[in-house]
Design a protein around this ligand. Structure first.
Ligand SMILES: Nc1ncnc2c1ncn2[C@@H]1O[C@H](COP(=O)(O)OP(=O)(O)OP(=O)(O)O)[C@@H](O)[C@H]1O
Ligand SMILES: [Mg+2]
Length: 165
């Protein structure tokens, strides 16, 4: 696995239980912080696969206090830690790709902020590529997770994750 901008770097791992999902989210939060402020992570996987569980632990580890609600209904939950904005979005309820543009979410992606999006595929091809795609698959009692980097930054994070195993 050598970092290059042309081919995405992939890291596959098995998360045996929820604890493993939360631990990985905490590890990744340590890696991305505090140097990078524009952080885009998209989370794919079936209902109940672990996207919100991961995001909650990730946001918590980045310093979000108080309740972290799933954005399944509100579509967007936002947080601020010091001067950093963090956005957790869920596009599950979108019926057409144009809806995310109409909802006014495009500006969020231009901000120097942490942005996590569940069900990004509901936006069709309208979303820019993230730093990382996290794809959760049901496997036995746990989850198989495939992490793909789509930016140089994302590649660096994966490299650090695999090195600190
Ligand atoms: N590695 C794991 N192994 C087994 N269970 C897990 C694992 N990680 C998380 N879970 C459990 O799976 C469920 C994940 O629910 P969560 O709300 O995070 O799913 P989601 O992917 O956000 O679903 P939705 O598409 O409905 O938003 C929780 O009950 C959590 O305890
Ligand atoms: Mg969810």
């Amino acid at each position: 696995m050598s970092p290059s901008q042309s081919e995405p770097m992939v890291y596959d791992l098995f998360l045996a239980d929820e604890e493993a999902t939360l631990a990985l989210a905490q590890r990744l939060a340590k890696i991305v912080q505090p140097i990078d402020s524009k952080i885009h992570i998209y989370l794919k996987g079936d209902l109940g696969a672990g996207k919100t569980a991961f995001t909650r632990a990730f946001l918590r580890a980045l310093g979000v206090t108080g309740r972290i609600k799933s954005p399944s209904y509100a579509l967007l939950e936002s947080y601020t830690v010091s001067s950093l904005n963090l956005y957790h979005l869920d596009f599950y309820r979108f019926n057409s790709p144009e809806e995310w543009v109409e909802a006014g979410f495009r500006d969020i992606l231009e901000e120097s902020a942490v942005v996590l999006i569940e069900w990004p595929e509901k936006a069709g091809g309208l979303l820019p590529p993230p730093d990382l795609y996290l794809h959760f698959h049901y496997k036995d009692e746990g989850r198989q997770l495939s992490i793909t980097a789509h930016s140089t930054k994302g590649q660096t994070w994966i490299k650090t994750l695999t090195q600190n195993n």
